[in-house]
Design a protein around this ligand. Structure first.
Ligand code: ARG
Length: 225
């Protein structure tokens, strides 16, 4: 059974949080990025029109569960905790958590060195979960990663823990920042779909396979990474 009306109408409502370059971000008010191109390519394979809904990251899974959107593409890690609430497609990208520091910081080299420090994390991101589980590390939670980056630059916090590709993006585009030479466990990004919609899950996995085979996926990696 099709779980949503929108799906039946040939439109696919896609939830994202456009504060995660290069996967999704705003460019002149428009939501763009790797994930957006990928989901549009999936839409083409399925013959469905993609409608992007930009919202808070921690509102994505609730929106999926209440049928406000059909799928989520948001650099979302297919974590065990989230798997209890939603289904995930096959993974389309592997990342890990890294530490962003001010250039002149020489005392933080590993995750262990975060002990006794104040660390910026984004509310509801896996980095938030990882840091919360570390002993003797205080975290400050932000709604948007650029806010955390600004506070780091102003020495209000000691470090920011964030996904590797996005962290690299911030370091490249902001002066005075670097990454610690360490990284956490691999995390796999996947598309989230309601548990009620297994037909859509299968279609998306098939489309992903095709996009990997026909070179579209590779071309998108080149364009954005
Ligand atoms: N991979 C991390 C997670 O799943 C961060 C994703 C953030 N994505 C975004 N579009 N804001 O929690």
């Amino acid at each position: 059974i099709m779980s949503t009306l929108t799906f039946a109408k040939g439109k696919l409502y896609v939830g994202t949080n456009a504060e995660f370059p290069p996967f999704e971000y705003l460019d002149k008010g428009e939501v763009v990025g790797f994930d957006i191109d990928l989901v549009k390519a999936i839409g083409e394979k399925l013959g469905m029109e993609i409608v992007i809904k930009d919202m808070a990251f921690d509102g994505l899974i609730p929106a999926l569960e209440t049928n406000k959107i059909d799928i989520v593409i948001a650099g979302m890690t297919a974590s065990d905790e989230r798997k209890m609430a939603v289904n995930f497609s096959n993974p389309y990208y592997t990342a890990n958590q890294v530490i962003i520091l001010n250039d002149n910081n020489s005392d933080i080299k590993t995750f262990d060195d975060l002990k006794g420090k104040l660390v910026g994390v984004m509310l509801g991101f896996t980095g938030d979960v990882v840091v919360s589980e570390m002993k003797d590390v205080k975290s400050k939670k932000y709604n948007a990663s650029y806010a955390a980056i600004m506070e780091l630059q102003n020495n209000k916090i000691d470090a920011v823990v964030l996904d590797s590709e996005t962290a690299l993006n911030y370091v490249k585009n902001n002066k005075g920042l670097k990454l610690a030479e360490t990284s956490g466990e691999p995390e796999e990004y996947a598309i989230a779909i309601s548990k009620k919609n297994s037909e859509l899950l299968n279609k998306i996995n098939t489309a992903l396979d095709e996009l990997k085979k026909d070179g579209t996926y590779e071309a998108l990696l080149k364009k954005y990474m």
